[in-house]
Design a protein around this ligand. Sequence first.
Ligand code: ADP
Ligand code: ASP
Ligand code: MG
Length: 815
Amino acid sequence: MKVLKFGGTSVGSVASIKTVLNILEKEVANGKNPVAVLSAMSGVTNLLAAMAEKAATGQTFTADLAELERKHFDVIKALMDVQAQNPVFTKLKIYFNELEDLLQGIFSLRELTAQTRDLVLSYGERCSTFMISKIAAQQFQNSVFVNAADLIKTDSSFGHAKVDMALTEMLVRNYYYENTDKLLFVTGFISSNEDGRITTLGRGGSDYTAAIIGSALNCSEIQIWTDVNGMMTADPRMVKKAFSLPELSYTEAMELSFFGARVIYPPTMIPAFLKKIPIRILNTFDVDFEGTYIKHDCAASNLPIKGISSINDVSIINLEGSGMVGKAGFSGRLFSMLAREQISVILITQSSSEHSITFAIPPADAVKAQHLIEQEFELELAAKKLDQPQIEPNLSILAIVGENMKQTPGISGKLFHALGRNGINVRAIAQGSSEYNISVIISKNDMAKALNAVHDSFFELLNKTLHVFVAGTGNISTTLFKQLGEHAAFLEKNNGIQIKVVGVVNTRKMVFNSDGLSLDNWKETLEASHQEASLDGFVAEMKQMNLPNCVFADNTASPKPIEYYDAIFKSNISIVTCNKIGNSASYEQYKTFKDSARKHGVDFYYETNVGAGLPIVRTLKDLMMSGDRVIKIEAILSGTISFIFNNFKGDATFHDTVKIAQEKGYTEPDPRDDLRGTDFMRKMLILARDAGYVLEPGDVNIESMLPKACLDAGTVDEFYQELNNENQFFADMSAKAEAEGKALRYIGKLENGQVSITLQMVGEDHPFYTLSGSDNIISFTTERYKERPLVVKGPGAGAEVTAAGVFADIVNVGA
Ligand code: ADP
Ligand code: ASP
Ligand code: MG
């Protein structure tokens, strides 16, 4: 025999009630009659609680009463034959009249006791269960409505009554054995005390009703039918990537539900555990789902933890003072007093010096608890042996749960790493002595971000989501978005990384979407956005959205975004940039960025600052990290100038060659940044700094290849005019090199801490002679690579390779 419990949503609509009846039909067809335990229709318990509250504060509740009536009557009209409807309407009408009288009483007295509140709430389960038993009677003649208040006996702790198991088991068994041929529809949640007054088992208590009855009857299985696919790794409304667990132990289920996974009510596990009765959580809205088994002999699991749960709103109280040190019984006195006053303590941490105790409680009880402590410890407070108790509101608890935690080292490290990296401050930590649970208290604002970040880090079999904010919508970003779109599926499959572009800003507009902007029409979306561009606003929103695993990609060539880098690191957001301006300004700024990223545990990647997508920065970093020392770096790092000299031949003028380079996207917006050597200087400077040298931009010796008139020209157009006047100068230079059988090369060098960039004519024997197109070449002479330098060569400019480099850096943040 099985007990089947159907939750609020399962009995909340015409369609779902039909499914419930189908489920019961299958069970009945299998032989033994199941016992059905039903909740109130979804939303009804909350509505009743609100009505009672309104009555007690002198507000009208008639509209709510009408709503309640309509909700039930609509179901009856839809699911019952017309002739059968009247008696059911009549009985429900009686219930509603009683309820109205009761509320009227509360209204007159302006008083709502826990006892009266339980009575009000009980109408939810009584109405739904009576109604459904009558709907079912059309199909199963032996249907019977059972008010569980007659069977489940409790003490008088209204609101969360304790069950008298022995008496209850006897009553349940007697009733059941007198009605074995019947199909019982039992109200969940409600019970009664020894005087016969209605009590309730606590919010969510219908699950518990099912377990109490199942245990009394030694049933073969307790089924909890709800609206999700069983117990999931986290609340699916908060964590989109949560997945269903096939099975867990009673302890695991209890810990998860105690810390907020309300899919099952924690006490439910106790009677089931004692009798080793399996509980199965099933989905009324997906009847093919196999269910989550909560049982005694779970198969070994390879998941380090089973799930993450959370309690959204708690307050903590801190108690500090010398009066607690070595005082046996202090915490005993504190917690027994709170228990006596029915304040449930969710979590406790105590420092090993016994100097302070921190505990978490529901916010509604905080002020009461504070006053109680002030009374109880009046003397200690007066003698200053105890500081005034402090309440900290607006906090949440996040707990990771799993029996495997015990055997697996590094679990807490992983938890704190995920939280720390995302800038989530931990207020207090508690580990259950069973080691099945580690709980942390964090700010309520950080809850969604924390859950997702922790979920990503523990369930890495799943995809990790990177949230990317992009500045700039020029060539690089456009190409990057195209590449991201094309490689999304591959990345997800092979690297387990999902990249969502969640914000874009250019000089005019900005747009955000925490679910990820569509990369097919991002341009239109940005155009249509009503938000004016503002970097202040953009950075503030990045912070405000508070998403996990965030990256800011600066794809501009502007000094503006750089002003925000430090603030961005402080918000625990990684930065990927192809913008060289930041790293090549003052050394102090370069160092600040590095330090700030390190301090906040985030990444700062700028591979594309040097040689676009070529692995130059990374190679140097690897050499340095492995203890090598740079002796000399020689490089052609201006893809632009390479392109220009390689194409400046035959009839082409220098002016036209530069123009073509610009049109092909090989130059900076102002080509003089390349030709003047500024861009090259920046790259050499960054490399020299990465190689460990403290250098300022002025320390680099640059030989400019441009005549003065070109350098002095105002706008880019004026520069081109001047360049046109200088064609002869460049033609002569080229002719000279050609006559000697040499090639013109603009070469950067770092040696003995000195950086220089000079225009040279190199012969066929020089390794840089054969460089073609816009290629870059760099040779590292180091302690390890002394005889033959380590050479990296390849395309070092262009939107495709630069965007690919940015892409690789973003993926590296996720690695
Ligand atoms: P019922 O009315 O059927 O008793 P509840 O609303 O009490 O249903 O519980 C089901 C809800 O529990 C789900 O809709 C889901 O939002 C929430 N929930 C919280 N944590 C979890 C979790 N870890 N797994 C599944 N559901 C969860
Ligand atoms: N109806 C009750 C509640 O909403 C009990 C339950 O659904 O389990 O808390
Ligand atoms: Mg529930």
